[in-house]
Every structure is written in C-alpha cells, then in structure tokens.
Design a protein around this ligand. Structure first.
Ligand code: 5GP
Length: 120
C-alpha cells in the first residue's frame, strides 16, 4: 500500500537543494539537518533520501539498504551532535493524528539537555 508522495513537500525541496538547511550529516541514503524551530538544545531531523511519506510507508516499502542506511545515519547524527553520551530521544510522528506536519518521513532527534518524560 504505497502512499502517494507529494513532491512539493518542504523536505523534498531541501533534498533537491531548492531550500537551505543546516546539514549535520549526509550519506547515500539519508540527510540530517537542524530543525528550524528547535524544541530542545539539540533538535535535528533525520530523513531518508527516498520518497517515503512516513514511518509506515518506509518500513513497508524501502529496501533493506535504505533502511540500514537510514538507521545508521540516525546513530551517526546523534554522535556528531554530541547527543549520544548524555542520552537522546527519537520521535517519528506518523500521520496527521499523531502530529505529522511534513509528509516526508523524518525522525526527530532531541538531546543536549535533560529531557522530561515526554517531548512533543
Ligand atoms: P512534524 O510535526 O511533521 O513531526 O515535524 C516537522 C518539523 O519540521 C517541525 O519540528 C518543524 O519545526 C520542522 N520544519 C518545518 N519546516 C522546516 C524547514 O523549512 N526547515 C527545517 N529545518 N525544519 C522545518
């Protein structure tokens, strides 16, 4: 059940280089950049380069290489921004009801500070 992908979404435009982003990490399968409106001392978004709407779409339809590349990129990004030793939180809002605003899969990486029980 491949979900339709809107090529004009803001992260697609960042991937095409049409909009700027403060890149933290880039690989064959993933791009990580600072959130424009940070909700924590460290707030980075990690996205796959492929056209996947959500975690649901990605987990069902991406290749093993894309999935491995993406998961590695999330870990590498956490190490680059220094979130790893202090601890960090990953969050993937999936679907409008869960608060997903941009229809291209993104994992939020929060860190750099003590995190409360929940951080949306
Ligand atoms: P969502 O609510 O979809 O899980 O999260 C979308 C995130 O994208 C929000 O945290 C928002 O601040 C961030 N965001 C929206 N537009 C842009 C943009 O143009 N550039 C960057 N770097 N982040 C964005």
């Amino acid at each position: 059940h491949k979900q339709p992908y809107d090529e004009s979404n803001i992260f697609a435009r960042i991937l095409r280089g049409e909009l700027p982003a403060k890149t933290v990490f880039e690989s064959e399968h993933a791009l990580a950049f600072h959130d424009i409106s940070p909700a924590a001392a460290v707030h980075v978004l990690v996205i796959p380069k492929g056209a996947y709407v959500s975690w649901d779409d990605f987990s069902a339809n991406a290749s093993d290489a894309e999935i491995a590349g993406f998961v590695r990129a999330v870990g590498e990004t956490a190490r680059i921004v220094g979130a790893e030793p202090g601890g960090y939180r990953l969050l993937a809002n999936t679907g409008k009801r869960a608060g997903q605003e941009v229809p291209h899969l993104h994992v939020h990486l929060f860190g750099g500070q003590p995190l409360g029980p929940m951080l949306a």
